[in-house]
Design a protein around this ligand. Structure first.
Ligand SMILES: Cc1cc2nc3c(=O)[nH]c(=O)nc-3n(C[C@H](O)[C@H](O)[C@H](O)COP(=O)(O)OP(=O)(O)OC[C@H]3O[C@@H](n4cnc5c(N)ncnc54)[C@H](O)[C@@H]3O)c2cc1C
Length: 458
């Protein structure tokens, strides 16, 4: 029972929950601790009244009905791999864990899959591949992040340059609204222009409008071949020059950038022995992949690449891309990280890279930058030692300077990780008062009592 509950309302809610979702309500702090935060370790997290581990849609309906009646905040939780604190618990609220809703079926004829929100991204892709299909959105966390979380954050990944983000693959959603009403949005048709596109509105809404309990997503035929190139450059600006040139001759399925600091961290962790200089990893897929990657390599050479290595062996390609996949983990081994997620028009990347360097120097911190270069989406990662006096403040000041630089370059404060807690202070600066007020009116139409992830997002 709650320690402080002067009017007994928390006790009433817990009793009602225990009756509605018997056996799936955790209140013991030792059990709820694991549900308090996501992977953004620098964002505030509250202490929940309870965690409900939903086993089905009825549980979600019961939680949203009771929470709405009692005006108690609800934070929906998928795999908790978010990087903006969006799934962090709110004090005295409920955490609704939907990872147990993990039904999965593939319709190979329609080229769709219908999944519960708890299905892990990679499991969906693996199931689709058994039918010669694949699920394109591939966040770096795909081995553990959930489709519900991917939808709620409109997750990106490496393949966005060619295949788009999660929203481009979401066809229809079943959503439980605050109060417990169940609505279905979208169609599984290729086209649909009836009314407002509520599916698109829900994707990326970070658990502020309702809880996704089922999604139908688009699958694509597995490309015939994949080919990969590793290109190194004397500086990051030269690498971006090559990115712009590559975009004029082909659309690679991935164009990933790692700066020298990131490559050094990857070498320290993996002993891969990569040249410690700005590096591009480029992947092309389709029947002409080998020819396309050869064209990319030739172009990179003309744009001053120092080293050019390319291969159309799939296994070798996977091994080469591994360096980028472990970039964040490698930087985390160097200290506490404050990870950013800014995105600018691609042609402005050189200016952003310059601003990141300036900010790092001005604040005396180490920044490793990697990211999805073809999308203009970078993850400058500030590495600091929290035990060192003033280091946390310097890291935060550097983070602010990078966000300011992205906005000044017509960019966005978040390309794919979302607003959550971490980026909430910057929303008004990006969208302005009128647009933010409109967003809030839309939010209130879904959630009149403001129980869904309050204080997060917009
Ligand atoms: C190593 C690493 C690499 C990463 N790489 C990428 C990347 O390449 N691209 C990228 O975009 N992100 C990346 N991420 C961030 C993170 O994995 C994504 O944001 C992911 O989509 C979160 O999914 P999740 O299931 O963990 O969601 P959670 O963290 O549990 O929740 C995220 C948000 O979604 C909401 N939510 C969850 N489920 C539902 C639901 N069913 N209905 C409504 N709202 C819901 C939560 O309330 C919260 O607001 C990475 C994270 C890590 C740790």
């Amino acid at each position: 029972m709650p320690t402080s509950d002067p009017d007994g309302s928390a006790t009433d809610l817990l009793e009602a929950l225990a009756a509605a979702v018997a056996g799936r309500v955790l209140t013991d702090p030792a059990s709820t601790e694991a549900y308090r935060r996501d992977q953004c370790l620098v964002a505030d997290a509250g202490r929940p009244l309870a965690v409900v581990r939903a086993a089905g849609v009825d549980d979600v309906v019961a939680v949203l009905r009771l929470a709405d009646e009692h005006r108690v905040p609800v934070v929906t939780r998928g795999a908790g791999s978010g990087l903006a604190g969006a799934a962090n618990a709110v004090d005295d609220g409920l955490v609704l864990d939907v990872s147990g809703l993990d039904a999965l079926s593939v319709d190979p004829v329609a080229r769709t899959a219908t999944v519960g929100p708890g299905v892990v991204n990679l499991d969906l892709d693996t199931a689709a591949r058994a039918h010669g299909l694949f699920y394109a959105p591939d966040p770096g966390s795909r081995a553990y992040s959930s489709i519900g979380g991917n939808l709620a954050t409109n997750a990106g990944g490496m393949c966005c340059a060619k295949y788009g983000v999660t929203a481009d693959h979401a066809l229809a959603l079943t959503v439980v609204l605050p109060g417990g009403e169940v609505v279905r949005t979208g169609r599984t048709t290729r086209k649909d222009v009836v009314g407002l596109d509520l599916t698109r509105l829900l994707v990326g809404s970070e658990g502020t409008l309702g809880v996704v309990v089922e999604a139908t997503v688009r699958l694509l035929p597995v490309p015939a071949r994949t080919a990969t190139a590793v290109l190194t450059f004397r500086d990051a600006a030269a690498a971006v020059d090559a990115v712009l040139a590559i975009g004029t001759v082909t659309t690679p399925s991935a164009v990933e950038l790692m700066d020298a600091t990131t490559v050094r961290a990857v070498n320290a962790m993996t002993r891969m022995g990569l040249d410690e200089t700005p590096t591009l990893l480029v992947q092309c897929d389709g029947s002409d992949a080998a020819a396309e990657i050869a064209a990319v390599a030739a172009l990179a050479q003309r744009h001053g690449a120092l080293e050019v290595l390319h291969s159309d062996d799939e296994e070798e390609g996977r091994a080469l891309m591994e360096a980028r996949r472990v970039a964040l983990t490698a930087l985390e081994r160097q200290g506490t990280v404050l990870l950013d997620d800014v995105c600018v028009p691609v042609h402005r990347l050189p200016e952003l890279l310059g601003a990141i360097e300036t900010a790092a120097r001005a604040h005396g911190v180490l920044v490793g930058t990697f990211g999805h270069a073809a999308d203009g989406n970078l993850h400058p990662t500030i590495v600091f030692d929290p035990a060192s006096p003033g280091a946390a403040e310097a890291a935060r000041a550097c983070f602010d300077a990078i966000v300011d630089a992205a906005l000044a370059l017509d960019g966005t404060v978040s390309g794919e990780h979302g607003v959550g807690v971490l980026k909430a202070p910057y929303v008004a600066r990006q969208v302005g008062a009128a647009e933010q007020a409109l967003m809030r009116r839309v939010r209130a139409a879904f959630d009149p009592h403001g129980i869904m992830n309050p204080g997060r997002g917009y």
